[in-house]
Design a protein around this ligand. Structure first.
Ligand SMILES: [Zn+2]
Length: 87
């Protein structure tokens, strides 16, 4: 009999989600997860932004309280330029 643990469950779920992402595309899976969550709890769903290659690190020391990056720690280059202009 197979023993199931939290770790084995998480590993199985992770493998399943990665398979779906590789078949349908990571971006589509993230978008659909956000839309689905938003339909259940409007305004509380996470949203995805630009690809990491199109962003730069935020200037904040405490991303949880940052109004520029909303806790992501990443900004578009244009937003970072706007911050420089306000300093
Ligand atoms: Zn920030």
């Amino acid at each position: 009999m197979t023993e199931y643990t939290v770790e084995s469950y998480i590993n199985t779920v992770t493998e399943d989600v990665v398979k779906v992402c590789r078949i349908h595309g990571y971006g589509l899976v993230m978008q659909l997860a956000s839309q689905s969550w938003g339909a259940i709890q409007p305004g509380l769903n996470h949203v995805t932004g630009p690809a990491a290659g199109m962003t730069v690190p935020c200037v904040c020391d405490s991303p949880f309280h940052c109004e520029w990056c909303c806790g992501t720690g990443w900004l578009t280059k244009h937003v970072k330029e706007l911050i420089k202009d306000t300093e």
